[in-house]
Design a protein around this ligand. Structure first.
Ligand SMILES: *[C@@H]1O[C@H](CO)[C@@H](O)[C@H](O)[C@H]1NC(C)=O
Ligand SMILES: *[C@@H]1O[C@H](CO)[C@@H](O)[C@H](O)[C@H]1NC(C)=O
Ligand SMILES: *[C@@H]1O[C@H](CO)[C@@H](O)[C@H](O)[C@H]1NC(C)=O
Ligand SMILES: *[C@@H]1O[C@H](CO)[C@@H](O)[C@H](O)[C@H]1NC(C)=O
Ligand SMILES: *[C@@H]1O[C@H](CO)[C@@H](O)[C@H](O)[C@H]1NC(C)=O
Length: 780
């Protein structure tokens, strides 16, 4: 038989470059070729026979098995593997065909004579034997990898292998990544760590799970014998990635994110029952809170707009003043204008003319005394150029108002444009934005902020960019925001609604400004459990991700006078609108940007009130935060809402007001500041002195859907002599766009009540707009 094909020829063409980490099989050319001579004859080049390998000693030695084929031949097996791009083919038991690029699980070369079964489709060929593989190669090489072991070296810093963990019944870890053929221990750990998960499990060779160490304690009966974790990793067959219902379990030694649990958390308090579920909540310079309601969701007798007098919260009959809107404000954008009257502007809305709505309210009245002004609107005189449902708005450094995006109505056509108010003269002046068109319908209520360069940041869906404030051309496309550990495309704006703020700016305003965005959800309605920050104008901006202790879609974030942010409201599952939210998040958090990254969140108090879609959180002049909303969500089987219309209004009393200290106070006479000017206050402190005093300016905002329009916190320079202090106003309109602010002083941790001051005047002369007698024009 040997004479039919020279053994020398075969050996020459088959360079026995067989790499065995544990065992170099000795190839006896004579025997090897002798057993397979019939098979070798018709093999298509460059394929050639390698050896008869032992299968199954430590698991299958090939990673891919094709369906059994009673008509199997060596040629058909090679053709199948070759067509899928594999470089090795193996035939076993006459009818089985396997493919791979390496042999795994410690394959060793067996006796040539053990490959003794005829191929099902050609009795003159040999197709392995029982647990024996006739292995063919297209490269001349066979790399045989060692028996895989748990990876316990070359792990990312701080990570260690913990054992083979049972995963039966409830999944031990909540987040599963669906990688197929590239799963490795290190990649899985890196991905989980990037999203703040300190526990990792790998299962079935290719599944990567992320979670917490507590999950391994709560959801698993415990460790299993090491031998139960026997599946090589699909992307690294020298290491083990669990088994059937078994996780190769790794954990981080320590915390990736530290969530503080202070003894003094402050807490929720009931404030007053409500008349409306506010869609928009705005604290006016009259110290009263203006609520706008989604038409038709409240009492049938509702006018859709009410003002709450905070001095009368114990007197329900007198606390609420009825206001009137002429069109449907669902879902509009709001701002406080920099005019003398601090008018509240509301634009857009629901359906037909209402989507073009431009509404103005001049707050008046004093504590305990009703004002007489009402919302003013006249479609024929004043309206947007394009109808907008879910737009955003911003006062630009030049004092005009920018209105961005929206749709023509619910699930309507996108309105992928922006426009300026007051409407510039001439023909249509709205501008088309391709990025709004492309990301509809996931970009509604985009996040808008003025940057210290004067350029405009816009965050929408999972994208962000910087716009020129004159041409609105894109100056910089920022990296996409990371989403959830499983879905990079999770979103941050309506309907996958998160919430965004500018982090505080401190004199001399040289640090790069940062934007913080918390929560959101993915397309599977899973809320996000992280916040991301970026310094958009730093040299190579990237997003930093910090994990929150719980998931949150539709969160609200209120700027507090001490530079921290209160995070409240929202759901752990769902998206905004459509009644889809479930599992309310009742836990308040505090985000403190003065702490190191990953150590900024404290866990505060919990509420009993579910606040989902159309809930808000608004800083009050006394340092508390007003908590309002929400609209009905999620139907019970009998059709009643699981989370009904919520009229009750709460406040959150932050820790700085619940530690028994007295609030400081100050007096000021000039409340209309130009840039860089100085202003005197007389302070009364109770615990510290002016060396531990701080001064803050919290911009007056209007908030809807977690989008706090106009939000900004500034810690200006100040100097004191005795109890007389001089505050230096921020230097320019890019650092501090024209507008009203609540001025606070802080005695150590404790804030005063605020006084409203205006900074930067009214360069856009909004106070003289619109030029119609049926509108109040408070002057510039
Ligand atoms: C690491 O794994 C190898 C292979 O399983 C094992 O022999 C060794 O003892 C392990 N080392 C540690 C520190 O666990
Ligand atoms: C694994 O492959 C998938 C595509 O199948 C890819 O999305 C993923 O990023 C890869 N994972 C790693 C860690 O490279
Ligand atoms: C509207 O009607 C409800 C229920 O009848 C009542 O509780 C509420 O006070 C009324 N609101 C006003 C503003 O009259
Ligand atoms: C304010 O006006 C409302 C009617 O809109 C009235 O119910 C309320 O009693 C008034 N409050 C005071 C303090 O006069
Ligand atoms: C502000 O800039 C916009 C965009 O260039 C422009 O339309 C508007 O007229 C400017 N406003 C003022 C007051 O100059």
């Amino acid at each position: 038989m040997a004479s039919l094909l020279s053994p020398l020829l075969v050996l020459a063409s088959f360079a026995p470059n067989i790499i065995h980490a544990f065992h170099i099989g000795s190839l006896s050319g004579e025997e090897s070729v002798g057993a397979h001579i019939l098979a070798t004859r018709d093999i298509p080049a460059p394929w050639q026979f390698a050896a008869c390998y032992v299968d199954g000693a430590h698991g299958r030695v090939f990673s891919t098995q094709l369906p059994d084929n009673p008509g199997l031949t060596i040629e058909s097996c090679i053709a199948s593997c070759s067509s899928q791009g594999f470089t090795l083919a193996g035939a076993e038991f006459g009818v089985q065909c396997f493919c791979g690029n390496t042999l795994i699980n410690g394959a060793t070369v067996g006796q040539p004579a053990d490959c003794n079964m005829n191929c099902g489709g050609n009795p003159t060929e040999t197709c392995g034997g029982p647990n024996r593989l006739s292995v063919y190669t297209s490269t001349g090489n066979v790399v045989a990898l060692p028996v895989p072991t748990p990876q316990n070296t070359s792990l990312p810093n701080g990570w260690a292998y913990q054992g083979c963990l049972q995963d039966v019944g409830t999944r031990v870890f909540p987040h599963q990544l669906n990688w197929v053929d590239n799963t490795t221990v290190v990649d899985c750990i890196n991905q989980c760590q990037a999203f703040g998960y300190p526990a990792v499990g790998l299962e079935f060779g290719n599944q990567c799970f992320c979670g917490d160490v507590s999950d391994s304690q709560n959801n698993s009966p415990g460790l299993a014998p090491e031998s139960d974790c026997s599946f090589p990793c699909s992307g690294d067959p020298t290491h083990l990635c669990g088994g059937a219902n078994r996780l190769s379990y790794y954990s981080f030694n320590g915390n990736l994110d530290v969530w503080h649990t202070p003894a003094n958390t402050g807490g929720y308090q009931f404030l007053i029952g409500g008349l409306v579920v506010p869609l928009v909540a705005t604290v006016g310079i009259n110290g009263k809170v203006n609520f706008l309601e989604k038409l038709g969701t409240g009492f049938p007798n509702s006018t859709g707009a009410y003002e709450l007098d905070l001095s009368l919260v114990n007197d329900f009959e007198h606390a609420w003043r009825e206001l009137h809107v002429h069109s449907d404000v669902f879902c509009s954008a709001s701002l406080i204008l920099p005019d003398k009257g601090a008018r509240q502007l509301n634009v857009g809305g629901w359906s037909l003319d209402s989507t073009f709505g431009v509404r103005l309210y001049t707050p008046d009245g004093t504590a305990g005394v009703n004002g007489t002004n009402d919302w003013e609107e006249n479609f024929n005189e004043l309206h947007l150029q394009q109808g907008r449902w879910y737009p955003s708005s911003l006062v630009m450094p030049n004092g005009s108002v920018l209105v961005v995006g929206g749709e023509a109505g619910s699930n309507g056509a996108p309105v992928p444009t922006l426009e300026i108010l007051p409407t510039p003269a001439g023909g249509p002046t709205f501008l088309f934005m391709d990025w709004l068109q492309r990301t509809d319908p996931n970009n509604l209520y985009p996040f808008l902020h003025v940057l210290p360069s004067g350029n405009i940041f816009v965050g929408y869906y999972n994208e962000a960019r910087i716009l020129n404030p004159i041409t609105f051309d894109t100056i910089t496309v920022l990296p996409n925001m990371p989403g959830s550990v499983t879905t990079f495309t999770a979103g941050r704006t309506y309907p996958m609604e998160g919430t965004a703020v500018l982090l505080p700016q401190h004199a001399p305003y040289t640090d790069p400004i940062e934007i913080l965005i918390c929560g959101g959800s993915d397309l599977n309605f899973q809320a996000l459990d992280n916040c991301v920050t970026i310094a958009p104008e730093s040299p190579n901006p990237t997003w930093t991700l910090e994990r929150m202790p719980s998931k949150r879609v539709m969160p609200c974030m209120a700027a507090l006078p001490d530079g921290t942010f209160l995070i409240v409201n929202g759901a752990q599952q769902g998206v905004a609108g459509f009644g889809l939210a479930d599992f309310p998040n009742l836990q308040a958090l505090l985000y403190d940007p003065s702490q190191p990254v990953h150590q900024r969140i404290s866990v505060l108090g919990t509420t009993i009130v579910a606040r989902l879609y159309h809930s808000e959180a608004t800083l009050l002049p006394d340092g508390r935060v007003l908590i309002s909303g929400s609209d009905p969500q999620t139907n019970n089987p009998d059709g009643t809402p699981k989370f009904p219309e919520e009229f009750r209004v709460e406040v959150y009393v932050p820790p700085y007001l619940s530690d028994g200290r007295t609030q400081p106070s100050f007096t000021i006479t000039d409340t209309d500041w130009t840039y860089g000017s100085t202003h005197t206050i007389i302070v009364t402190l109770h615990q510290g002195d002016t060396s531990t005093m701080r001064v803050s300016l919290v911009a007056a905002t209007s908030s809807t859907h977690g989008n706090v329009m106009g939000g900004r916190t500034i810690f200006p320079e100040f100097n004191c002599a005795g109890n007389t202090c001089t505050i230096v106003a921020p230097p320019n309109a890019n650092i501090s766009p024209p507008g009203w602010h609540q001025l606070f002083i802080l005695d150590g941790p404790t804030p005063s009540h605020s006084t409203f001051v205006r900074i930067g005047g009214d360069p856009g002369r909004l106070g003289e707009w619109p030029p119609f007698p049926d509108f109040t024009r408070p002057g510039s």
